[in-house]
Ligand binder design. Structure first.
Ligand SMILES: Cc1cc2nc3c(=O)[nH]c(=O)nc-3n(C[C@H](O)[C@H](O)[C@H](O)COP(=O)(O)OP(=O)(O)OC[C@H]3O[C@@H](n4cnc5c(N)ncnc54)[C@H](O)[C@@H]3O)c2cc1C
Length: 406
């Protein structure tokens, strides 16, 4: 079976390996000069490969059952086995995030490169695929290589060309019009796992501070999404998993009524209540109580914002002031301007709806012999290894199925 795979990112490399291991004659096209460029920057260069908590309900896509079928066929343990096969042992953090034992994305890409070579995958780097045309018994794939437009015919084609996130690393979405021409629906691409642009007002002075918070997205009185995790104050707004995980909802509601509510106490509410009750009428300075939970810069900010002195004790603070302070810690409202663009997001939403591909094989339901993987489909997982898991899973299943599909 002659199979073309377009894109040597996480999903394309997994597809190429599995297809070659199952006996396919594989040609892998990659527009960059080297393979796995995006993989190199994942997890801040450490490559957060997957997560113990991977389940279908964690992903945003048109059909959660679709994702459940895909993950049942190729989930966390299948990925760990595949990585072990190419000599990438993994380690797990206390909270269930998986990384290569080497803690280096570079070694993951090197291992894939070596395995692809050993599996006799024909690799065409610095080669941009420009069109795919359905023929009677396969597909004519046009590509630019060595500044020359060329064409080759394949029995099956796997599209692993990514979405539009981080275009400098290769994925720019140019193949979506080609897929539309072949009969697919293409939903507008939107930034996801993106930082939020917010006018921080008085919170600007917290630039550089990292906190663990609960973050709720509101459209008027309607709750759109919630996420909990790390948050970073920046000159232009907020970054970090707590806001990135809800950012795809912001890009679907591009209006100005969206608000973010931060709960600064989310991760230690009980401990906070207990200590406050214990010390409420004591001479303990309020700053010491707050300092049990927040860094000094945040404590100084909170006291100043509540018009309280640095030395004020808990017994000196009146009930109304204290309630107001605690109320603000539980629900700080910030108006959202928008999300940062594709250049700053980790994945993109939109593209081909998952309902147009078979979750067992990733074969298109519109075009026989065409397979769609990774970010080409409209799937967004949260931070924590979910997106690489899905990219590897969909690629591996497509690679295997493409060899046996007639
Ligand atoms: C900064 C950053 C950090 C991230 N960290 C993590 C993390 O730690 N854990 C996690 O799970 N996810 C992470 N992600 C998300 C993860 O990297 C993506 O979900 C995943 O790489 C998507 O894989 P893919 O194969 O679908 O697409 P891509 O990795 O984008 O690969 C697509 C490939 O196709 C090539 N291509 C595109 N068009 C053509 C064409 N016409 N011809 C030839 N080649 C083409 C591109 O050059 C590219 O190499 C991160 C993303 C970013 C940007």
């Amino acid at each position: 079976m002659k199979i073309a795979i377009i894109g040597a990112g996480a999903s394309g490399m997994a597809a190429a390996l599995q297809a070659a291991w199952h006996g396919g004659e594989i040609t892998l096209f990659e527009r960059n000069a080297t393979i796995g460029r995006k993989l190199l920057v994942t997890g801040s260069g450490r490559c957060n490969l997957t997560n113990d908590a991977v389940t279908a309900s964690k992903y945003a896509c048109a059909d959660s059952n679709w994702m459940a079928i895909l993950l049942k066929r190729f989930g966390v343990s299948e990925l760990i086995d595949m990585l072990a096969e190419i000599c990438v042992p993994v380690r797990k953090t206390a909270d269930g995030w998986y990384y290569p034992l080497s803690d280096s994305a570079h070694t993951v890409v090197e291992a894939f490169a070596s395995a692809l070579h050993q599996a006799d995958v024909a690799l065409f780097t610095s080669t941009q695929v420009t069109s795919i045309k359905k023929k009677k018994n396969g597909f004519a794939v046009s590509f630019i290589h060595d500044d020359r437009e060329q064409e080759a015919v394949f029995e099956q084609v796997i599209i692993s060309a990514g979405g539009k996130a981080y275009p400098s690393l290769g994925s720019r979405g140019e193949l979506f019009p080609v897929l539309e021409e072949l009969g697919h629906t293409v939903l507008p691409k939107r930034p996801a796992l993106a930082p939020l642009l917010i006018d921080l007002g008085k919170f600007k002075s917290l630039q550089g501070i990292r906190l663990n918070v609960g973050a709720t997205l509101w459209d008027g009185s309607r709750q759109l999404a919630f996420a909990a995790g790390n948050l970073i104050f920046t000159p232009w707004g907020l970054n970090g998993p707590a806001v990135m995980d809800i950012s795809h909802h912001v890009s679907t509601h591009p209006n100005f009524s969206l608000e973010l509510s931060l709960n600064w106490l989310f991760f230690f509410q009980e401990e906070f209540n207990r200590l406050l009750e214990q010390k409420r009428f004591s001479s303990l300075p309020l700053r010491i109580l707050l300092g049990a939970f927040f860094p000094p810069k945040v404590v100084a900010f909170l006291l100043k914002d509540a018009h309280l002195t640095n030395e004020i004790s808990l017994q000196q603070v009146n009930d109304i002031t204290l309630e107001r302070l605690v109320g603000r810690l539980k629900d700080t409202r910030l108006p959202i301007k928008s999300v940062r663009g594709f250049e700053y997001c980790q994945v993109s939403a939109g593209g081909i709806p998952v309902t147009e591909a078979d979750p067992q094989t990733l074969e298109s339901r519109r075009v026989k012999g065409l397979f769609l993987t990774g970010e080409t489909l409209d799937v967004v997982g949260p931070c924590g290894g979910y997106n690489l898991q899905y990219a590897f899973s969909s690629g591996a299943l497509a690679g295997r199925a493409s060899v046996s599909s007639q």
